[in-house]
Every structure is written in C-alpha cells, then in structure tokens.
Design a protein. Structure first.
Length: 126
C-alpha cells in the first residue's frame, strides 16, 4: 500500500523476516517527534530478541525529523555494540540528500535493494 497525503501524518511500521537472523522494517508516512516512538519501540523489541542485523526500508517515508534521525543513530549504536548493523534501503532521493547534508552517509550504511542490504549484513563485522 502506498502512503497518500492523508497518511502522511501517520507512520506505518511493518516488520518482516528478510533472511536468517535479519529483519526488515518497512516504514511508510511521516517519521517525526510525534510518532518516532513507534519505530524506537519496535527496534528495542527486536534488540530484546537479540536481533541486531536490520534493514530499514524508507521507500514510503515522506520526511524524517531530528527525532527520527536520533532514533536511528541510537539504534545503530546498540546494533554495532552487539556485532550487528542497520542498512537503509530504497531511500527516496530527497531524504538521501538530507542524510548527505547531515553527514550521516559517512556513519550509516545504505543499499539500493533488499538483496544488497542482506549481503551487506551477512559480511563479517570489523
């Protein structure tokens, strides 16, 4: 389902198994201060289940606030501390530009497709 204008004030989070030990979060809508906790709580739940290799699909995300970026940075720290990682996939061009401007492309991992993201997550961590 594609997020339309009436859905932009809401955030949808769908979780699915991407590969053995790798989970994908498909996000749709607006990730801001009012609803970033949806993503934060889902990430914390996965971490409690010892899942630290995650794909974050942003294809249907319209905008991300500083709260959303902060949520991702905190999750990245937790994942890496546990030999995992986050890979962001299908990032819309306008959001990719924001990641670039904030300097996050040097910190975060990106992939064009889910298959590429899985391959990156299967690589041994340094």
């Amino acid at each position: 389902m594609t997020a339309g204008p009436s859905d932009w004030t809401d955030l949808k989070v769908e979780v699915k198994q991407a590969a053995d030990g790798i989970v994908q979060l498909d996000l749709a809508g607006l990730l801001d201060w009012a609803n970033y906790r949806k993503v934060d709580e889902e990430l914390k739940r996965l971490f409690r289940e010892n899942i630290f290799r995650l794909i974050i699909n942003l294809a249907e995300v319209k905008t991300i606030s500083t709260s959303g970026f902060g949520c991702f940075i905190a999750a990245l720290h937790t994942a890496q501390k546990n030999n995992g990682n986050l890979v962001f996939v299908r990032v819309p061009k306008d959001l990719q530009e924001v990641f670039d401007i904030l300097g996050l492309t040097k910190l975060l991992t990106f992939a064009e497709t889910e298959q590429e993201a899985v391959a990156k997550l299967k690589q041994p961590t340094a």
